[in-house]
Design a protein around this ligand. Structure first.
Ligand SMILES: *Cc1c(COP(=O)(O)O)cnc(C)c1O
Length: 372
């Protein structure tokens, strides 16, 4: 093989994939430079023992950088585990239910799946799962009014999904319900500033805004971790994983390393507040393009329109295929909507630039001129 790996020739197309999502090019370049020989040690990060001093340093730096970016208080623990966000749907009730009742808000596909998993433990007698409200009546285009939620007294926790990736529905303010909030932030973590101290637990699969798949990050208030059921598998037990510093077994070492590089990159962009402003601009550009045309539409209630995942439909759905073919030909990747919702979806995570979004908007306007 010749050494023709120059980045100058690498083609990087605008990628709007919902997940695994596009990574910052600078991060991939850094990883490429380090791939064969990390910092002159003569081996790749993926070939290191997770117990080695070098790797432990990589892991600790990633955590420290995340703590700094999110301003995570000292009484919160951070875990880097495997199994994606979905395995947490099972881990959460096993760790936090403690024989009590948990409240679940159903606002779409992901919170629905989390609820279903939790309900398995109700069937086993480990506690009760109470669905406080469902957005199904609105086809998950709106969040039911908090006045209509049937909250339990003394819930062990309140679970919700802060950003429904499939439906493009976001809950921007943490619900004020009393119980410790457990939030699935897989598709919105690090996209804008949040106050971690308002949450009991935050979790996020990595492959949207953090890094490659194979990693889930958990941020949990330390007083919540002592209630695990005796049935909780060791690898899912938060207290155990805290004790083992996420290394009860071999962690997803390379994904963890790449997550650290993404955190460094985010800091170089000015941190979460700075990227949050860009994210708002990107979302506004795209929503304005949709709203200012009668050719495109987005059904989500204004107050809950996601700034990360923007589904849209065409006035004539017979044109969907044409749109997807033409956009791909124009070098705009992965705009097909989720099969549950149909139409198109643009996921515009941190690593999707404002320039990519304006290329998409230009394409949409051109397409409308041709076919509208
Ligand atoms: C992608 C996603 C998940 C599932 O993540 P996995 O890592 O595939 O388990 C869960 N919740 C939300 C909000 C997501 O966007």
């Amino acid at each position: 093989m010749t050494q023709n790996t120059s980045h100058a020739t690498a083609k990087r197309l605008p990628n709007f994939c919902a997940g695994p999502a596009t990574m910052p090019t600078e991060v991939l370049e850094r990883a490429q430079a380090d791939l064969l020989d990390w910092q002159g040690r003569g081996l790749s990060v993926m070939e290191m023992s997770h117990r080695s001093a070098d790797y432990v340093d990589i892991a600790e730096r990633a955590e420290a950088k995340l703590r700094q970016l999110m301003n995570i208080p000292n009484n919160y623990k951070v875990l880097f585990l495997q199994g994606g966000a979905s395995l947490q749907f099972s881990a959460i009730p096993l760790n936090l239910l403690g024989g009590g009742t948990a409240d679940y808000l159903n606002t779409g596909a992901w919170s629905g799946k989390a609820t279903k998993e939790a309900q398995r433990y109700e069937a086993l007698g480990l506690g009760k799962i109470n669905v406080v409200a469902s957005g199904k009546a609105s086809n998950f285009t709106d969040v039911p009014d908090i006045k209509d939620w049937t909250l339990s007294d003394n819930a062990a926790y309140f679970h919700y999904c802060a950003n429904e990736t499939i439906h493009g529905l976001q809950i921007f303010q943490p619900p004020q319900v009393g119980a410790p909030l457990v939030a699935d932030m897989s598709s919105c973590i690090l996209s804008q500033p949040i106050d971690v101290s308002q949450f009991g637990m935050i979790y996020a699969g990595a492959q949207k805004n953090i890094g490659p798949a194979g990693l889930v990050i958990i941020i949990i208030r330390e007083d919540l971790v002592d209630k695990a059921s005796e049935w909780c598998p060791m690898l899912l037990n938060y207290a155990h994983q805290i004790d083992k510093e996420s290394m009860s077994n071999t962690p997803a070492t390379y994904s963890w390393y790449l997550a650290g590089l993404v955190f460094d990159w985010l800091e170089e962009q000015g941190g979460v507040e700075a990227i949050g402003k860009i994210n708002e601009q990107k979302a506004k550009l795209l929503y304005d393009a949709i709203d200012n045309s009668s050719f495109y539409a987005n059904p989500v209630a204004n107050a809950h329109r996601s700034i990360m995942n923007i589904p849209f439909t065409l006035a004539d759905s017979a044109l969907d295929k044409v749109f997807l073919q033409a956009s791909e030909q124009a070098g705009l990747l992965n705009l097909k909507g989720h099969r549950d919702v149909g139409g198109m979806r643009a996921s515009i995570y941190n690593a999707v630039s404002l320039d990519w979004v304006s290329q998409l908007v230009d394409f949409m306007q051109e397409f409308e001129r041709k076919h509208g």
